[in-house]
Design a protein around this ligand. Structure first.
Ligand code: 13P
Length: 244
C-alpha cells in the first residue's frame, strides 16, 4: 500500500519572530511546487500564532513539540491540547527523547499525552528510540517495542504518526545507516496498522536523506537542525517526494 509521505521540522528551542518569518516565508514559497509529500513545522509554543498566520492557506502544516496529558486545571506552565487546537495545530510531537531524558517523561505519561491528542483530533507524532548503550547491548527492539507497546494498546494508532529517533543519532552529525533505520522501521511496522506513517529522525540532512528515504519502510523524516535552514528542509522534503 502507498502510504503518505511526511517531512516535519522540529525546531526545538530555537527561533525568534524575525528569524521565523524569513524561514516560514521561504518554506511556503518552496513547498508551493512540491507534490507527493506533506511538510509541517513544529514550533515552540509562543510562536504557534505566528506559524498559523504565516502558514494558513499554504501547503505547510504546523504543530507543537509537546503538550500536557491533562485537559485543563492547576498545572502551572503547561499547555493543553485544546489550546493547540485553538491555534490550528495539526500535529504534536509526544515522547521526544529530550522530553523522556531531560524532563523524565515516563512511558505512561507519554501514552496519556498520546491518548489526549488523538481524542482531540490532533495527530500525535510519537517518538521512540534507543540510546547508544542500549543499542550496543542488543536491546534496540526491546526498548522501542516497550515504548510503542505502552501506547499501541491504548489510543487509535491509525490516526497517529510514529517516528524512530535513535538517541545516539540526534544532533550528533551521526546518523543511522539506511539499513539500520530500515531494520527498526520494519520491526515497528509489524506492531501498527499498515497505513501508519513511520518517520526517521536523527541528523537527517540533504546529503543523507535520499538513501534513508529510499528504504521501503521509511515514509519521511522528523528533522531537527536542518529544519532551521529553509533550503535544507526543502531539499529533504524533495527527497521524500521523489520516493516512489
Ligand atoms: P537533528 O536532526 O538535529 O539530529 O534532530 C533530530 C530530532 O531530534 C528531531 O526530532
Amino acid at each position: 500500500m502507498k502510504r503518505n509521505r511526511l517531512v516535519a521540522g522540529n525546531w526545538k528551542m530555537h527561533g525568534s519572530l524575525a528569524a521565523n518569518r524569513k524561514l516560514l516565508d521561504a518554506i511556503v514559497a518552496g513547498a508551493a511546487g512540491l507534490g507527493g509529500v506533506e511538510c509541517a513545522v513544529c514550533a515552540p509554543f509562543p510562536y504557534l500564532a505566528q506559524a498559523a498566520e504565516c502558514l494558513r492557506g499554504s501547503k505547510v502544516a504546523w504543530g507543537a513539540q509537546n503538550m500536557s496529558e491533562h485537559l485543563e486545571g492547576a498545572y502551572t506552565g503547561e499547555v493543553a491540547v485544546s489550546m493547540l487546537k485553538d491555534f490550528g495545530c495539526r500535529y504534536v510531537i509526544v515522547g521526544h527523547s529530550e522530553r523522556r531524558q531531560l524532563f523524565r517523561e515516563s512511558d505512561a505519561q507519554v501514552a496519556a499525552k498520546f491518548v489526549a491528542a488523538v481524542t482531540h483530533r490532533i495527530t500525535p507524532i510519537l517518538c521512540v528510540g534507543e540510546t547508544l548503550e542500549e543499542r550496543e547491548a542488543g536491546r534496540t527492539e526491546e526498548v522501542v517495542g516497550r515504548q510503542l507497546d505502552a501506547v499501541v494498546n491504548k489510543g487509535e494508532f491509525a490516526q497517529a504518526v510514529l517516528a524512530y529517533e535513535p538517541v545516539w543519532a540526534i544532533g550528533a552529525g551521526r546518523t543511522a545507516t539506511p539499513e539500520q533505520a530500515q531494520a527498526v522501521h520494519a520491526f515497528l511496522r509489524r506492531k501498527v496498522p499498515s497505513e501508519t506513517v513511520i518517520l526517521y529522525g536523527g541528523s537527517v540532512k540533504p546529503q543523507n536523506a535520499p538513501a534513508i528515504f529510499g528504504m521501503p519502510d521509511v515514509d519521511g523524516g522528523l528533522i531537527g537542525g536542518a529544519s532551521l535552514v529553509a533550503e535544507d528542509f526543502l531539499a529533504i522534503a524533495r527527497a521524500a517526494a521523489r520516493k516512489g
